[in-house]
Design a protein around this ligand. Structure first.
Ligand code: DGI
Ligand code: FE
Ligand code: FE
Ligand code: FE
Length: 187
Protein backbone atom coordinates (compact mmCIF):
# COMPACT_ATOMS: atom_id res chain seq x y z
CA UNK A 1 0.00 0.00 0.00
CA UNK A 2 1.40 3.42 -0.90
CA UNK A 3 1.76 6.22 1.65
CA UNK A 4 -1.36 8.13 0.54
CA UNK A 5 -3.59 5.06 0.65
CA UNK A 6 -2.18 4.04 4.00
CA UNK A 7 -2.80 7.50 5.44
CA UNK A 8 -6.36 7.60 4.08
CA UNK A 9 -7.09 4.18 5.55
CA UNK A 10 -5.66 4.96 9.00
CA UNK A 11 -7.47 8.32 9.01
CA UNK A 12 -10.73 6.40 8.61
CA UNK A 13 -10.11 4.52 11.87
CA UNK A 14 -10.23 7.61 14.08
CA UNK A 15 -11.93 10.95 14.73
CA UNK A 16 -10.53 14.09 13.09
CA UNK A 17 -8.66 15.33 16.18
CA UNK A 18 -6.78 12.03 16.55
CA UNK A 19 -5.77 12.19 12.90
CA UNK A 20 -4.44 15.73 13.52
CA UNK A 21 -2.43 14.25 16.42
CA UNK A 22 -1.14 11.52 14.08
CA UNK A 23 0.01 14.15 11.56
CA UNK A 24 1.85 15.86 14.42
CA UNK A 25 3.52 12.60 15.49
CA UNK A 26 4.57 11.97 11.87
CA UNK A 27 6.12 15.41 11.51
CA UNK A 28 7.88 15.21 14.89
CA UNK A 29 9.12 11.65 14.26
CA UNK A 30 10.75 12.76 10.99
CA UNK A 31 12.34 15.74 12.72
CA UNK A 32 13.67 13.63 15.61
CA UNK A 33 14.85 10.88 13.23
CA UNK A 34 16.89 13.42 11.28
CA UNK A 35 18.20 14.97 14.49
CA UNK A 36 19.29 11.71 16.11
CA UNK A 37 20.23 9.58 13.09
CA UNK A 38 17.29 7.22 12.58
CA UNK A 39 15.62 6.39 9.24
CA UNK A 40 12.94 9.11 8.83
CA UNK A 41 10.91 7.11 6.31
CA UNK A 42 10.48 4.12 8.61
CA UNK A 43 9.97 6.27 11.70
CA UNK A 44 7.22 8.12 9.83
CA UNK A 45 5.61 4.81 8.82
CA UNK A 46 5.45 3.79 12.48
CA UNK A 47 4.01 7.21 13.34
CA UNK A 48 1.25 6.91 10.72
CA UNK A 49 0.11 3.62 12.24
CA UNK A 50 0.89 4.14 15.93
CA UNK A 51 -2.67 4.93 17.06
CA UNK A 52 -4.52 2.90 14.40
CA UNK A 53 -6.38 0.88 17.07
CA UNK A 54 -6.86 3.74 19.56
CA UNK A 55 -10.60 4.07 18.87
CA UNK A 56 -11.40 0.43 18.48
CA UNK A 57 -13.97 -0.86 20.95
CA UNK A 58 -12.36 -2.32 24.06
CA UNK A 59 -13.98 -5.69 23.35
CA UNK A 60 -12.39 -5.84 19.89
CA UNK A 61 -8.94 -5.13 21.37
CA UNK A 62 -9.50 -7.63 24.16
CA UNK A 63 -10.40 -10.35 21.64
CA UNK A 64 -7.17 -9.75 19.72
CA UNK A 65 -5.10 -9.76 22.91
CA UNK A 66 -6.65 -13.06 23.99
CA UNK A 67 -6.80 -14.85 20.63
CA UNK A 68 -3.58 -13.67 19.03
CA UNK A 69 -1.27 -14.38 21.95
CA UNK A 70 -0.51 -10.77 22.90
CA UNK A 71 0.69 -10.30 26.51
CA UNK A 72 -2.38 -11.13 28.59
CA UNK A 73 -1.04 -9.26 31.63
CA UNK A 74 -2.13 -6.13 29.75
CA UNK A 75 -5.72 -7.02 30.60
CA UNK A 76 -4.98 -6.27 34.28
CA UNK A 77 -3.70 -2.76 33.48
CA UNK A 78 -5.22 0.44 32.09
CA UNK A 79 -7.06 -0.10 28.80
CA UNK A 80 -5.17 2.91 27.38
CA UNK A 81 -2.21 0.55 27.04
CA UNK A 82 -3.98 -1.93 24.79
CA UNK A 83 -4.07 -0.02 21.51
CA UNK A 84 -0.28 -0.12 21.13
CA UNK A 85 0.31 -3.90 20.91
CA UNK A 86 -3.03 -4.31 19.13
CA UNK A 87 -1.93 -1.59 16.70
CA UNK A 88 1.28 -3.48 15.93
CA UNK A 89 -0.75 -6.62 15.29
CA UNK A 90 -3.10 -4.74 12.96
CA UNK A 91 -0.17 -3.09 11.14
CA UNK A 92 1.20 -6.53 10.36
CA UNK A 93 -2.07 -8.31 9.60
CA UNK A 94 -4.06 -5.60 7.81
CA UNK A 95 -1.36 -3.35 6.37
CA UNK A 96 1.28 -5.96 5.59
CA UNK A 97 4.03 -4.26 7.57
CA UNK A 98 6.92 -6.70 8.06
CA UNK A 99 9.62 -4.35 9.34
CA UNK A 100 10.09 -5.54 12.92
CA UNK A 101 11.55 -2.21 14.08
CA UNK A 102 8.50 -0.38 12.76
CA UNK A 103 6.18 -2.94 14.37
CA UNK A 104 8.05 -2.69 17.69
CA UNK A 105 7.94 1.13 17.64
CA UNK A 106 4.15 0.84 17.33
CA UNK A 107 3.95 -1.97 19.92
CA UNK A 108 5.92 -0.09 22.58
CA UNK A 109 4.91 3.51 21.84
CA UNK A 110 2.76 3.73 24.98
CA UNK A 111 4.47 1.50 27.54
CA UNK A 112 8.08 1.75 26.44
CA UNK A 113 10.30 -1.24 27.24
CA UNK A 114 13.78 -2.08 28.40
CA UNK A 115 16.47 -1.46 25.74
CA UNK A 116 14.27 0.66 23.51
CA UNK A 117 15.59 0.96 19.96
CA UNK A 118 16.25 4.45 18.61
CA UNK A 119 13.05 4.12 16.57
CA UNK A 120 11.06 3.09 19.69
CA UNK A 121 12.40 6.16 21.48
CA UNK A 122 11.68 8.53 18.63
CA UNK A 123 8.06 7.48 18.08
CA UNK A 124 7.33 7.39 21.82
CA UNK A 125 8.89 10.83 22.32
CA UNK A 126 7.17 12.28 19.25
CA UNK A 127 3.89 11.02 20.72
CA UNK A 128 4.62 13.05 23.87
CA UNK A 129 5.80 16.28 22.24
CA UNK A 130 4.06 16.68 18.84
CA UNK A 131 2.90 20.29 18.30
CA UNK A 132 -0.70 19.58 19.34
CA UNK A 133 0.25 18.28 22.79
CA UNK A 134 -0.43 20.64 25.65
CA UNK A 135 0.17 19.20 29.11
CA UNK A 136 2.16 20.66 32.02
CA UNK A 137 5.83 20.06 31.30
CA UNK A 138 5.56 19.47 27.56
CA UNK A 139 7.61 22.57 26.74
CA UNK A 140 10.39 21.34 29.01
CA UNK A 141 10.33 18.00 27.16
CA UNK A 142 10.64 19.84 23.81
CA UNK A 143 13.67 21.79 25.09
CA UNK A 144 15.40 18.66 26.42
CA UNK A 145 14.68 16.91 23.09
CA UNK A 146 16.87 19.49 21.36
CA UNK A 147 19.87 17.52 22.64
CA UNK A 148 18.82 14.19 24.21
CA UNK A 149 16.12 11.78 23.13
CA UNK A 150 16.73 9.69 26.27
CA UNK A 151 16.51 12.58 28.75
CA UNK A 152 13.38 13.93 27.05
CA UNK A 153 11.77 10.50 27.14
CA UNK A 154 12.58 10.11 30.86
CA UNK A 155 10.77 13.42 31.45
CA UNK A 156 7.83 12.08 29.45
CA UNK A 157 7.64 8.82 31.41
CA UNK A 158 8.02 10.79 34.66
CA UNK A 159 4.95 12.83 33.79
CA UNK A 160 2.95 9.71 32.89
CA UNK A 161 4.03 7.87 36.05
CA UNK A 162 3.20 10.91 38.22
CA UNK A 163 -0.23 11.07 36.62
CA UNK A 164 -0.82 7.36 37.22
CA UNK A 165 0.24 7.72 40.88
CA UNK A 166 -2.14 10.66 41.38
CA UNK A 167 -4.96 8.65 39.80
CA UNK A 168 -4.05 5.70 42.04
CA UNK A 169 -3.73 3.56 38.92
CA UNK A 170 -1.44 0.59 38.40
CA UNK A 171 1.81 1.16 36.50
CA UNK A 172 2.64 -1.33 33.77
CA UNK A 173 6.02 -2.95 34.57
CA UNK A 174 7.46 -2.20 31.11
CA UNK A 175 7.11 1.52 31.80
CA UNK A 176 9.11 1.22 35.00
CA UNK A 177 11.68 -0.94 33.17
CA UNK A 178 11.89 1.59 30.34
CA UNK A 179 12.49 4.51 32.68
CA UNK A 180 15.05 2.65 34.80
CA UNK A 181 16.96 1.56 31.71
CA UNK A 182 16.94 5.07 30.17
CA UNK A 183 18.35 6.48 33.41
CA UNK A 184 21.26 4.01 33.18
CA UNK A 185 21.77 5.02 29.55
CA UNK A 186 22.17 8.74 30.33
CA UNK A 187 24.28 8.32 33.46
O1 DGI B 1 -2.43 7.17 22.37
P1 DGI B 1 -1.98 8.52 22.84
O2 DGI B 1 -3.02 9.24 23.64
O3 DGI B 1 -1.44 9.36 21.74
O4 DGI B 1 -0.77 8.32 23.86
P2 DGI B 1 -0.21 6.95 24.48
O5 DGI B 1 -0.30 5.85 23.52
O6 DGI B 1 1.15 7.30 24.99
O7 DGI B 1 -1.19 6.64 25.69
C1 DGI B 1 -0.97 7.33 26.86
C2 DGI B 1 -1.97 6.97 27.91
O8 DGI B 1 -1.74 5.67 28.47
C3 DGI B 1 -1.85 7.99 29.02
O9 DGI B 1 -3.13 8.57 29.21
C4 DGI B 1 -1.44 7.18 30.21
C5 DGI B 1 -1.95 5.80 29.86
N1 DGI B 1 -1.32 4.73 30.64
C6 DGI B 1 -2.02 3.95 31.51
N2 DGI B 1 -1.21 3.10 32.13
C7 DGI B 1 0.04 3.34 31.66
C8 DGI B 1 -0.03 4.37 30.70
N3 DGI B 1 1.06 4.81 30.04
C9 DGI B 1 2.24 4.24 30.35
N4 DGI B 1 3.36 4.65 29.73
N5 DGI B 1 2.36 3.24 31.29
C10 DGI B 1 1.30 2.76 31.98
O10 DGI B 1 1.43 1.88 32.83
FE1 FE C 1 -1.08 5.84 21.49
FE1 FE D 1 3.12 7.88 24.54
FE1 FE E 1 -0.46 8.90 19.91
Amino acid sequence: MNRDKLMASVKGEMPERRWTHTLGVMETSVLLAERFGCDPVRAELAAILHDVAKYWPTSRMETIIREEGLPSDLLDYDKELWHAPVGAFVAARDYGIEDIEVLDAIRYHTSGRERMTLMDKIVCLADYMEPGRDFPGVDKIRVIAEHSVEKALIAGFDSTISYLLLQEKRIYPLTVAARNDLILQVR
